[in-house]
Ligand binder design. Structure first.
Ligand SMILES: [Zn+2]
Length: 553
């Protein structure tokens, strides 16, 4: 066969194979994109009702994810060698259904006409009382009118601690309960707050509406038969991580993770929808997109040549409540964490902007290997514009692994106007863009294939919460899983007020200025009362001791 003829054949063959390769690549990409579409369509469907942790929607989602893990050829690596790892979510307290209040055998409606204040001890009493006659061993009455009107111009006035102080005083004088009402025109804003983790009061404090007082207790000198029972119980839910494993018999393991829970109907006060409407938050980008990417990466890594590491895939729950699932996993790992080389977290990777192509990669500073790896990428060749953030912490699950001195990478296409709203829907996801991110992660994993355990470097710490409700912050990372009274500090940012005031990880903040901070909510409310330049006394517990310091915002 002539030389010219052989060359021609070779060129044709080359052309064909590249065409075929291109078509094959295209085919694999198409399949991958179709996979992303299928996962997000299912996870963000109204049927899953926003996948709130501990709900039926979460259950449907985790069944789907474990089935996908199984299909991809992963082995279960949850508890009891199953797919799931369950953990308890502390939802504060709730009123027991046996709570009641009778006046002369007339029953009041709980929450509507009466409610005990958080911190009230459980118990029941039956007494004949008159409002005008506070005696030993019976309930006393207290009108909030004076307190409210006396403090109406005081921005630092905090009603609940004042009521608790009153209850402590009358308990000393022999009262066995304090019944409060409000005859003034000033609203008191009181309700039963299950999230309030204040210490228990000595006697129950029960609020009755002024309407009830006028209707059933109008004669202050008369005697009324009261029957009251307070039952307050812990409110708990169970969340479930989904854990799958590729065992390549390697000495080190790479963790890939994404949270799959979302906001449900916004019941946990983490919705950005301020209308109070009861709507499904579908969470297509947050974080059905990351979960879908996790499933597709499982498929890719199962067949990949990168067998220098084992791979652990975790779909976390409880992230929206404060990284509960990832925190639980790092406290109760199903593999030896010291053998984890690094962790990759994907949270909101579905809204790549088609013009900027901007992709934020957090954790860049958590291992020297990252700089070396990304340095090799030719930005011109990449279909993405990479933006790096050195910090190993942030408002998502990689933070839990960074806290265990594990190098992390966090992939994020950015906030948008549908964030934490019912409008975060599947039809707004950029699927091609997301697939490009999946392929980039596959490449990074391949580049670390023979590195063994990556070196870890500590980085600066950034705020974990994305809330914009207050203009100042202390620069602490709260521990959202803490169930005691106060706000436990999980991390302190450099050069921020708390650090400068000497507050450390593990401290429990119990007061800020005049405001007691018994829960995350009361802490955030207290913060919202301060502005830049203000100084405030901070009371905090370190171990059994209570300390005080001053912060400057
Ligand atoms: Zn998220």
């Amino acid at each position: 066969m002539s030389k010219a003829r052989t060359l021609r054949l070779f060129l044709v063959f080359l052309l064909l194979s590249t065409q075929l390769f291109a078509q094959k690549l295209k085919k694999a990409d198409k399949a991958g994109i179709a996979g992303l579409q299928a996962h997000i369509a299912y996870l963000a469907d109204d049927k899953l009702e926003g996948r709130r942790a501990g709900t039926k929607g979460e259950e449907l989602a985790r069944e789907y994810i474990s089935a996908q893990f199984q299909q991809a050829g992963l082995q279960p690596k949850g508890e009891g060698n199953g797919w799931f790892q369950s953990f308890e979510i502390n939802d504060g307290k709730q009123l027991g259904s046996s709570t009641f209040f009778f006046i002369n055998n007339h029953e009041l409606k709980v929450n509507e006409e009466f409610f005990p204040l958080a911190g009230s001890p459980n118990g029941s009493l039956e007494e004949a009382v008159s409002i005008a006659l506070p005696e030993q061993g019976v309930p006393w009455f207290f009108d909030l009118k004076e307190l409210l009107e006396g403090n109406k111009d005081n921005p630092h006035f905090d009603l609940v601690p004042a009521i608790r102080a009153k209850a402590a005083k009358v308990a000393e004088k022999g009262a066995n309960a304090l019944i409060i009402y409000n005859s003034s025109a000033i609203a008191d804003g009181l309700k039963y707050d299950g999230k309030d983790r204040s210490e228990a009061t000595k006697i129950p404090i029960v609020y009755i509406t002024d309407k009830v007082r006028k209707a059933h207790l109008k004669d202050e000198a008369a005697t009324y038969d009261l029957k009251i029972r307070v039952t307050i119980a812990d409110k708990k839910r169970t969340g479930n991580n989904v854990v799958g494993y590729i065992d390549n018999g390697a000495g080190t393991t790479v963790v890939l993770g994404a949270h799959y829970d979302h906001l449900g109907y916004g019941e946990d006060n983490n919705s950005m929808l301020r209308t109070g409407e009861h709507l499904i938050h579908n969470g297509a980008d947050d974080n059905a997109s990351g979960t879908a990417a996790l499933i597709e990466l499982a498929k890719l890594l199962k067949v990949s040549k990168s067998k220098g590491n084992n791979y652990l895939f975790i779909a976390f729950s409880g992230e929206e409540l404060g990284l509960n699932g990832s925190k639980y996993f790092t406290e109760h790992p199903s593999i030896d964490l010291s053998k984890v080389s690094y962790m990759i977290n994907m949270d909101m990777v579905g809204r790549l902007n088609d013009s900027s192509k901007a992709l934020t990669i957090g954790g860049y500073g958590t291992s020297p290997f990252w700089g070396a790896t990304f340095g090799k990428f030719n930005p011109k060749k990449l279909p993405l514009t990479l933006k790096y953030d050195s910090s190993g912490t942030g408002p998502s699950d990689h933070t839990s692994f960074y806290r265990k001195d594990i190098p992390v990478l966090f992939f994020f296409t950015g906030l948008h106007s549908d964030y934490h709203r019912p409008t975060d829907d599947a039809d707004k996801v950029n699927y091609t863009g997301e697939w490009q991110i999946v392929k980039l992660i596959e490449e990074i994993v391949a580049s670390a294939n023979l590195q063994g355990k990556l070196a870890f470097t500590k980085t600066r710490e950034v705020q974990t919460s994305t809330s914009t409700r207050f203009s100042v912050s202390m620069g602490i990372m709260p521990d959202y899983t803490f169930s005691g009274a106060g706000v436990r500090v999980d991390g302190v940012s450099d050069n921020r007020p708390a650090k400068k005031a000497g507050i450390q990880t593990g401290d429990v903040i119990v007061q800020l200025g005049d405001f007691s901070t018994t829960s995350m909510e009361s802490y955030m409310q207290a913060l919202s009362k301060f502005k830049k330049g203000d100084k405030a006394r901070v009371k905090y517990k370190r171990g059994a001791d209570t300390h005080e310091t001053e912060v400057e915002f």
